[in-house]
Design a protein around this ligand. Structure first.
Ligand SMILES: [Zn+2]
Length: 342
């Protein structure tokens, strides 16, 4: 009995993946990655794991960059069969060190979404500031509050640290953009910490030359705003500056190109109805969210993505279309409103 259930668990998904791959052959899947490393780090794609995934994509699917997929659709009036797109957010240097050589080796294109103020080294990505603050501490010596956020006294070990990190990120995301920055500075100040002038190596961005080299080697460099705010927490004028400013920086440093766009954080609460129109007006050919649901990629300015990284089970679910089918069966729709531009 034991053996039977183990076998079903093992063979079931394999058959399920095959089935999903066939059913979803005309529904491209967009995979989402963030960070890469040489050795295993939780949530990051290690070189070994990523190479296995890239090889699988090369052998079983048709890999495209996102802009390549959009252009294919424009030229043929349909999507290519078995298409898969690898996308990577933010613009960290580890992409160049660990992922790019693997993509090159297997001739697989991808899309990297760059936060241009980060590439310019004018700012750190703000979640990294929260990570850095917690990395400096082994305990919080006194209870304090910043606005409505309370930090309790106590040791910071693995679990309590990640719990506090999640609460801090969620709180920061709920704030208007400038209040968020004040909150993060206030937190550092309350803990007696001063941010280093230079971005620490572990949070370092790519430079423009590296982006240029990758663009010449079939990596699309897409837009991801200038400062990585939640676009659900900014005014329309700020959103315009973030989207158009990012486009201008990319074109100035990398030359005029067709590109796509990625909404920072990309959850349903990070959207406002005017955003897809702004992104389209800026000339981006499409845009992606950071969550999947039953909609798939039917709305070109709100194309859903599937998480990938170090977890091979999640990778197979995502790449095969199994996850997409699951959402379709349940009729999952994450947006109340359809923001789709007409
Ligand atoms: Zn991002």
């Amino acid at each position: 009995m034991e053996l039977l259930s183990r076998s079903i668990r093992k063979i079931g998904p394999m058959g399920g993946y095959q089935f999903a791959r066939q059913i979803c052959r005309n529904q491209p899947r967009i995979l989402m990655y963030h960070r890469f490393s040489d050795s295993p780090v939780k949530g990051w794609a290690s070189s070994e794991c990523f190479e296995q995934q890239v090889r699988h994509i090369r052998e079983r699917y048709n890999p495209y960059s996102l802009v390549g997929l959009m252009k294919y659709h424009r030229e043929h009036g349909r999507m290519p069969p078995h298409a898969v797109v690898i996308t990577v957010d933010d613009g960290y240097r580890d992409f160049y060190e660990h992922a790019f050589p693997i993509l090159q080796r297997h001739g697989v294109p991808a899309t990297l979404f760059a936060t241009t103020g980060f590439i310019d080294r004018r700012l750190w990505l703000w979640p990294d500031k929260i990570t850095w603050i917690l990395d400096q501490l082994s305990h919080v010596s006194r209870e304090f509050t910043i606005g409505s956020f309370k930090v309790s006294e106590g040791a910071l070990n693995g679990e309590s640290r990640s719990e506090l990190w999640k609460r801090l990120i969620a709180h920061a995301l709920s704030l208007p953009d400038e209040v968020k920055h004040e909150f993060i500075s206030g937190l550092a100040c309350a803990l007696g910490l001063v941010f280093p002038d230079e971005i620490p190596e572990s949070f370092a961005p790519l430079c423009w030359n590296e982006l240029k080299r990758m663009q010449e080697a079939h990596i699309e460099i897409g837009g991801h705003t200038v400062t990585h705010p939640s676009l659900g927490r900014v005014t329309e004028a700020q959103a315009r500056d973030e989207i158009f400013g990012c486009r201008d920086a990319l074109n100035q440093h990398l030359g005029q190109q067709d590109r796509t766009f990625c909404y920072p954080n990309g959850q349903p609460s990070d959207f406002q109805p005017f955003l897809p129109d702004l992104v389209r007006e800026a000339g981006f050919l499409g845009a992606v969210t950071a969550f999947p649901d039953a909609q798939g990629i039917s709305d070109r300015y709100l194309m859903r993505r599937h998480a990938s990284g170090d977890n091979m089970f999640q990778f197979h679910k995502a790449v095969s279309g199994f996850e997409l089918l699951g959402h379709r069966v349940k009729g999952d729709r994450k947006f109340e409103l359809e923001f789709s531009p007409t």
